[in-house]
Ligand binder design. Structure first.
Ligand code: AMP
Ligand code: MN
Ligand code: MN
Ligand code: MN
Length: 280
């Protein structure tokens, strides 16, 4: 099945921190012969209508998505919601709550950068953020690349923006169960995004998964642009052990910024249950 159908359930647009408009992300996926995709912008469903219209015109299956920012034990975790009803009042109220505060956080990030000898970064990031309330670390990273402060995005995070680095400003996002509740109450499937990326021990990963399942979470990304081959195998095992639905997504942010283009990833292992079984 996977050999035939190419689904990608993790992509970003200019509605959050991607560089392409929603319809243009769909166009990239369509050009690459992706059969179905989700747009999963951070903390907003703003781009879904445009993306859906573009997908319908291109003859591509479209799944509503959102990537919710969560604070779990001092770690930032992302929970992707798939097949959500974007009109859900509960989902929208929750997302609105975590979107607010980004501008203030960005101002503080700008101050921190100023203090370590990088002036003007807030203004630079502001210019690069199409939706001001969605300003985030990616916009700062692009500004640092554009101004030659760092060679690439990764270096911007390693030197300035990652947790423990000078411009990192802690932020209170949604609670884990809260995020899962917003998604499931909107009829969606909650999926742990890029689990291999979190700075937590293996034992804590199990605790995260168990807590997530306890609040109604059903899926986990197995094949993502953030995982190594070894991590594909590791999370395949965890998906099977915990009977989680397996998702696949590039975490595409635009041309030249992501390891994989939409749908370019390896297929899901045949041993796991693909997440789309939940709504097919
Ligand atoms: P924020 O929501 O403002 O904390 O920004 C988080 C975003 O930063 C993620 O969604 C990624 O797009 C990006 N990001 C986080 N870590 C890295 C990294 N090491 N390299 C490149 N982008 C990253
Ligand atoms: Mn992002
Ligand atoms: Mn993420
Ligand atoms: Mn993402």
């Amino acid at each position: 099945m996977q050999a035939v159908l190419n689904y990608d359930f993790h992509n970003h647009s200019t509605c959050s921190d991607g560089t392409l408009a929603p319809a243009d992300v769909v166009a990239v996926a369509a050009r690459r012969s992706v059969h179905g995709m989700a747009l999963t912008d951070h903390d907003t469903t703003e781009g879904l209508a445009d993306a859906r219209a573009a997908a319908e015109a291109a003859g591509l299956e479209f799944i509503n998505g959102v990537e919710v920012s969560v604070s779990w034990r001092q770690v930032s975790i992302h929970i992707v919601g798939l097949n959500v009803d974007a009109d859900s009042a509960r989902l929208q109220a929750g997302l609105l709550g975590i979107r607010s505060g980004r501008i203030e956080r960005a101002r503080r990030m700008g101050e921190r950068l100023d203090e370590v000898g990088v002036p003007g970064a807030f203004d630079g990031a502001w210019e690069l953020a199409p939706v001001k309330e969605m300003i985030g670390r990616t916009h700062f990273a692009r500004h640092l690349v554009n101004t030659g402060r760092v060679k690439h995005m990764q270096e911007a995070f390693d030197r300035y923006l990652a947790k423990g680095k000078p411009a990192h400003v802690a932020h209170q996002w949604a609670g884990l169960c809260e995020a899962v509740d917003w998604i499931t109450s909107a009829g969606g499937v909650a999926v742990i995004a890029h689990p291999g990326r979190y700075p937590i021990e293996k034992s804590e990963m199990r605790e995260l998964i168990e807590e997530f399942i306890g609040c109604g979470g059903e899926g986990i990304e197995v094949v993502t642009g953030s995982h190594s081959n070894q991590q594909y195998a590791e999370y395949e095992q965890l998906a099977r052990e915990y009977k989680l639905l397996a998702s696949r997504g590039a975490d595409y942010h635009g041309p030249g910024e992501s390891r994989f283009e939409p749908g370019e990833l390896p297929p899901l292992p045949t041993t796991v249950t693909p997440v789309w079984e939940a709504w097919r």
